[in-house]
Structures are given as C-alpha cells and as structure tokens.
Design a protein around this ligand. Structure first.
Ligand SMILES: *[C@@H]1O[C@H](CO)[C@@H](O)[C@H](O)[C@H]1NC(C)=O
Ligand SMILES: *[C@@H]1O[C@H](CO)[C@@H](O)[C@H](O)[C@H]1NC(C)=O
Ligand SMILES: *[C@@H]1O[C@H](CO)[C@@H](O)[C@H](O)[C@H]1NC(C)=O
Ligand SMILES: *[C@@H]1O[C@H](CO)[C@@H](O)[C@H](O)[C@H]1NC(C)=O
Ligand SMILES: *[C@@H]1O[C@H](CO)[C@@H](O)[C@H](O)[C@H]1NC(C)=O
Ligand SMILES: *[C@@H]1O[C@H](CO)[C@@H](O)[C@H](O)[C@H]1NC(C)=O
Length: 480
C-alpha cells in the first residue's frame, strides 16, 4: 500500500487549481492580444517648416460662351440634336452643352476641351505666396462639372522640386500679409448659360500629394468680396493590418486617372477615388459606358484588366442605364462590399479645417488700380465698354481670396497599439509565475534536469548492455 501524506494531497489539488486558473488567465491574454486593441493618441506638434497645402481653384462655370457657342451650334447641326430642325433654339443649346464636351473627351481631344473653358490668364489678376509671384506656378487639370481647374503647390514625381513651406518668405518684397493671396477678375459676362451654375469661384485645400476632390468638398466663393480662409492642419494615421484595415495601394485604373491630364504628378491612394472607380466599373459592366461626375476617366479595371472605356451620350437610354446601375450599387451596401473590397480607408488622412471671413470689395482705389492693370497689360478678356463702365464690371467680377495658416502647429491623431507583444509576453510570464512559479529559468532547469536524467538512464542501459548483450537484443527484438 502506498501511503500519500495529506499535505501532499492538498499540494496536488492546489497545483491543479492553480494550473486551471493560469490557463484561464493566459487564454484571456491571448484573446485580448488577438483582438489587436488600439487607442488614438492626440498630440500637438510644432513644425515651423510645415508644408503649405496645395490649393486647387476652378472657375464657377466650365465654359466660355464666346468660345464654345459656335462649335456647339455646328455640333448640334451635324448630329441633328435640334428639337425643331433646322432651327436651333436656346433650349437646344442648353440641352446639348455637355454632348460636345463628352464627345471630345471620348476622342481624347483634351486640348480642345481645355480651350473652351476659362484659362487661368482669363481670370487671374495677381497671385503672391509670401512675396513670391505665383502667377505661373499652377498646374492644369480638367473636371467634368467645373471645367478647367488649376492647382498650386502640387507634389511632382521629381522629388527635387521643393514644395512651399509656411515659413518660406521671399526677402525681396515686403508683404503685408503672408500666405497665398489671389486676385481674380471672374469674367461672369462670359459664363455659358446653364442653369446648374452660379457665379463665383470654387476652391479646395488639400495635401500636395492628394488628388483634389473638388466636386465633393470644394468651397464656393462669391464675387464682390475679399475672402480670407484661415486653416488649421490635422493628420490622422492608422496602423494598418492587423490593427485597422487601411491601404495605400494605387491600382492601375487609379494610376491611369491620375495621369490622364498630367503624368508629372505623384498622388497617393484615395478611398473616395477608389469607390468612384469601382462604381463606374460596375456601371460599365451593366451599360457598356460610364457616366463620370466627379472626375473624367478613360480607363477602368474590368475583370482585372485595364480597359479603355467610353462616356455615355447624355440623355439617352444608355445614360439612364448608368443612373439605374449607380442607384443599385450605391443603395446596396452588400453589393458595394463584395464588389469593392479593395477600397479600404487611407492610412494617412490630412485634413485642413478652415474658417472663412470676408470683406466687401473692391474699394474705389482698388477699382482704379485694377482698371489700369486690366486695360494696360493683361491677358484678361474684357467687354468693349469696360473702360467706360469699369466700376460696374469690377463690382461684378472682382474676387480676392487669401489662404493663410493659423499657426505652425499640427494636431496629430495617431493610432497606437495598446497591447504590444512584449506586454503580452510579460503577461504570460506573470501569470505562469504567479500561479505555478514557472519562469524561463525554471523551465531551463527542468530541461536540464530531464536531459541529465535521460543521460543517466542511457549510461545505465549502456552499462547493462555491455554486461548482457543477448538480453538487450532480445528486448529490442521483442519490440518489433
Ligand atoms: C515638418 O514638416 C516638414 C515638411 O515640410 C517635414 O519634412 C518635417 O519632417 C516636419 N518636422 C517635424 C518635426 O515633424
Ligand atoms: C433629325 O431629328 C428629327 C427629330 O428630332 C427627325 O425627325 C429627323 O428625321 C432627323 N434627321 C436626320 C437626318 O436624322
Ligand atoms: C424656324 O424658324 C422660322 C423663322 O424663325 C419659322 O418660320 C419656322 O417655323 C421655324 N421652324 C420650325 C420647325 O420651328
Ligand atoms: C507624359 O505626357 C507627355 C505629354 O502628354 C508625353 O509626351 C509623355 O510620353 C508622357 N509620359 C509618360 C511616362 O506617360
Ligand atoms: C506688363 O507685362 C510685362 C510682362 O508680362 C511686365 O514685365 C510689365 O511690368 C507689365 N507692365 C505693367 C504696367 O504692369
Ligand atoms: C454699365 O453697364 C451696364 C450693363 O451693360 C449698364 O446697365 C449700366 O448702365 C452701365 N453704366 C454706365 C455708367 O455706362
């Protein structure tokens, strides 16, 4: 009969209970670790050499009446778009205004399309950035709704071209105000009469490496005022897999979109652009053509292949088909999820929050100054009676827009892992040490002990084998 001491029994029971508790806590540690918990750390960082944002502006109206009317009339005639041929009414002109634009884009005639809209020289009187003359520092792009747009301080492929920082000041000129200061003569007398458009200017601040989403988030500015936009910058970063899903992958169709008008840019991934491209691809599969509103595009990823796509003719059955397709995908989150799983959020989000205030303008002295400037030496197209009636025209067309940083601070929202692997390991160690006294050293001791034991056993067997070789052989034979 083996006799077990009562304290030994208690010891066994206790160690089994302790083992159970340890397993429970270690399991919950593992579970917590596998959830990849995060928290957002907010910090405010001073950076006097912070980048100035890119600024994109578009005229309030996409087309110049004087340039577009004659080509449009001949287009209406050749394509029989008139409702009462051979007469062409004002209504025909409004209804077909987009047909010619879309036809030109489908035929890759971008230069011609640009030529019908407002050029920067048609509207920009003055531009300074911290004392630098920035009249010629703009890059052209084309928006389906807003026509020609221009971007200042955009990131190019060439890493050596420096972007403007907020503390960069041109010493030659003493400036009253810092920041980007633009003066416009909007030329609203030349606006093409389409009912969707008001009078003014659209502008947006964005990071230099972001495609401007002007149609989504552009701000509108009315003529007859001096607007001041004071902005503050914030930055949100996400950790990415396995913590939060976010991506930076630029797909082929996104690259094609970014390079459509200008292949010298280096824009980053954008979730909005990704979703738009994905929806347009769905529309293309249903209708064999697309209907872009946010940006012109001519390549899409269809079934994994980059394909040249055509824009639908407006107001036809194929156009109605795209509207139905868009409604279907936009109203069905599950469909969007299965079609566009690659459209995750961005890992870095730059945000410029701004406050707007305005003064009435122009003053009489400004009128005198700009009248002289416009009449003497400018590229601005003006009405024949401008010199006699300049006050009237300047009241209608003058607009000043200043974009000014509030300070040199940026607010950073940074996603941080709250349970990193070193904390996880120390929790494992803590739990096992607390409940069973297991530590790396004790495990090492155990291994050493077992190793020694096995060596001793092996030595004993060797010694026995030398004494009775036949016996061990018979034992090993029995094994098989
Ligand atoms: C400040 O901003 C510049 C960009 O102009 C950047 O290169 C630099 O790393 C930033 N400095 C700090 C301390 O974040
Ligand atoms: C032009 O359109 C009208 C109706 O819109 C139609 O009656 C006419 O036959 C068309 N002419 C041509 C040459 O297509
Ligand atoms: C076209 O205009 C002329 C003169 O304005 C008018 O007499 C004629 O009836 C119009 N034709 C149609 C089809 O409306
Ligand atoms: C970039 O655009 C220019 C002019 O449109 C063209 O000549 C050039 O081949 C393009 N480069 C690339 C890499 O697409
Ligand atoms: C006229 O334009 C030229 C070059 O564009 C410039 O050098 C000159 O100073 C301008 N004159 C006036 C009066 O603005
Ligand atoms: C200026 O032009 C507008 C529009 O053409 C007209 O209503 C106004 O009477 C003109 N004023 C003068 C002083 O000519």
């Amino acid at each position: 009969m083996v006799h077990i001491h009562p304290t030994l029994t208690i010891k066994y029971i206790l160690s089994i209970v302790a083992f159970g508790v340890m397993v429970y806590f270690i399991t919950s540690c593992i579970q917590t670790y596998l959830v990849y918990p995060t928290q957002t750390r907010v910090s405010i960082r001073l950076n006097r050499s912070q980048l100035f944002p890119a600024v994109t502006i578009c005229s309030g109206n996409p087309l110049r009446y004087d340039k577009y009317l004659i080509p449009l009339i001949s287009y209406i005639k050749t394509h029989n778009l008139s409702s009462s041929p051979p007469n062409i009414t004002q209504n025909d002109i409004y209804n077909s205004a987009f047909n010619l634009m879309i036809d030109l884009i489908n035929k890759n005639k971008f230069e011609e399309t640009f030529s019908y809209g407002f050029q920067l020289e048609d509207i920009l009187l003055d531009c300074t950035y911290n004392g630098y003359n920035c009249r010629s520092m703009w890059i052209k792009t084309l928006s389906p709704i807003l026509g020609n747009c221009y971007t200042f301080n955009r990131q190019t492929i060439d890493k050596n071209t420096n972007l403007f920082q907020i503390n960069q000041i041109n010493g030659n000129v003493q400036t009253l105000h810092n920041g980007l200061i633009m003066t416009f003569y909007l030329n609203i007398e030349l606006y093409f009469p389409i009912i969707e458009y008001g009078l003014g200017l659209t502008a947006i601040l964005h990071h230099p490496n972001e495609q401007p989403l002007i149609r989504y988030a552009g701000k509108r500015f009315s003529p007859g005022f001096e607007h001041t936009l004071v902005y503050e910058k914030s930055l949100t970063t996400y950790l990415g897999s396995p913590y939060t899903l976010c991506t930076q992958i630029i797909t082929d169709d996104m690259k094609a979109l970014y390079n459509l008008f200008d292949n010298n840019t280096e824009y980053v991934y954008s979730e909005t652009v990704c979703l738009e491209l994905c929806q347009q691809a769905f529309m293309y599969e249903q209708c064999e053509c697309i209907y872009p509103i946010y940006f012109y595009l001519n390549y899409l990823n269809i079934n994994g292949q980059l394909r040249r796509v055509r824009i639908c003719t407006p107001w036809t059955s194929e156009y109605r088909c795209t509207i139905e397709a868009r409604n279907r995908i936009a109203n069905n989150p599950n469909l969007l999820q299965t079609r566009c799983p690659h459209c995750q959020s961005q890992c870095i989000i730059h945000k410029y929050s701004s406050d707007l205030s305005s003064l009435k303008g122009p003053s009489d002295s400004q009128k005198n100054y700009y009248k002289k400037l416009i009449l003497s030496n400018s590229t601005i197209p003006i009405k024949s009676d401008f010199s006699m009636n300049s006050s009237y025209y300047l009241d209608r067309n003058y607009l000043k827009l200043s974009v000014i940083p509030l300070n040199s601070y940026e607010t950073i929202y940074e996603e941080k892992a709250t349970y990193i692997w070193s904390a996880f390991i120390s929790d494992l160690g803590g739990q096992s040490g607390l409940w069973l006294g297991i530590s790396a050293l004790s495990i090492f001791n155990l291994i050493e002990y077992l190793h020694r034991k096995s060596q001793i056993i092996r030595l004993k067997r060797k010694a026995m084998a030398q004494v009775h070789p036949c016996e061990t052989e018979s034992i090993s034979n029995n094994k098989y």
